[in-house]
Design a protein around this ligand. Sequence first.
Ligand SMILES: Cc1ncc(COP(=O)(O)O)c(C=O)c1O
Length: 395
Amino acid sequence: MNELTEKDLLALHDEYTLNTYSPHLMLVRGAMSNVWDIAGREYLDFTTGISVCNLGHCHPRVTEAIQRQAARLVHVSNLFYNENQPRLAAVISKATFGGKVFFCNSGAEANEGLIKLARRWGAERGRFEIVCMEGSFHGRTLATLAATGRAKYRKGFQPDMPGFVHVPFNDLEAVCDAIGPQTAAVLLEPVQGEGGIVPATGGFIEGVRKLCSTEGVLLLFDEVQCGMGRTGHLFAYQAYGVTPDAMAMAKALANGMAMGAFEVRNEFAGALPPGTHASTFGGNPLACAAALAVFETFEQDAVLENVRHMATRLWQGLEVLRTRHPEIREVRGKGLMIGVDVGRPVADMITAARAKGLLILPAGETVLRLLPPLTVQPEEIDLALGILDQVLADG
Ligand SMILES: Cc1ncc(COP(=O)(O)O)c(C=O)c1O
């Protein structure tokens, strides 16, 4: 078979792929914190597939689990039990708030599940509306677009699905005003990702929890991006000392295998009885095997401890950069989910960093987003800081 060159592959991409993305590099290989492009150039990856490969690329334990399971059983449908799904549900439940778990394949699908839960739970109570946050991002399906608090994603797809209202994030009074007899749930990201890396304040999240409890409204957390160890806690909500009634997770759950899930507190789990929700691929033995290896790695390799140590190093380094480059308006986030607001469009800086061998992301217009692997090493943090320093100096 003739080898295709990068040029050939890009031509195929242009001709046959729906043009919804604007990709840059053709990446062909990854190992922990590094990826290589088709020309053999190496990059330090502080994007982790947008917080998906949180344990690093091709983590040996996850790779081994996938290989072993792929040779045993890949898919059977949810009309049969498989041996990995109950194990994984138990691991997730025990590590969080002891609820029941439904498996799916993506963040949007997990949030769709939360929305369906809220609607079905609310149906008997005359409640249907979901209070969502401005600046939030919940996915690209029609319901999750309607929940998303940034109008630009909905443009051209109107009419919006009804039943969603938006209030300013971190504004407790606004949430209070928005809750009425028709409200079924409040949905929020404990740390907003796409919206510019904005953590909820403690007072806000505690206040919303209290409000939801007194008003009889479900509190739903979208931990698709901020979950799975990213903030130094397995789930971001755990740092706030509040518990949601249901939570969506995805992205890093299986370190790169497509997987999403939502978990529902036991007392609300009856809202979705048999026949009310399903997903063909959800919870298949292969994705579950990968996710089980992910949780095993968190436990055996003290991953959260590494996040805390490396976060301290990275935040300290960024503080030094802030004093050297006054254009940095703010460094914000939690753990290894960091936004550096430089007060101007960041596209050129991302390109410049890439040319120097560092991959980083935008979040909103003016924010550089750093999402290193949770397994990142001190010398990699220092290398990234050095490149950022140069990029900022070059303007
Ligand atoms: C907080 C949050 N929710 C939901 C999603 C959607 O996830 P997916 O792209 O897997 O559907 C994302 C994706 O970036 C996200 O960051």
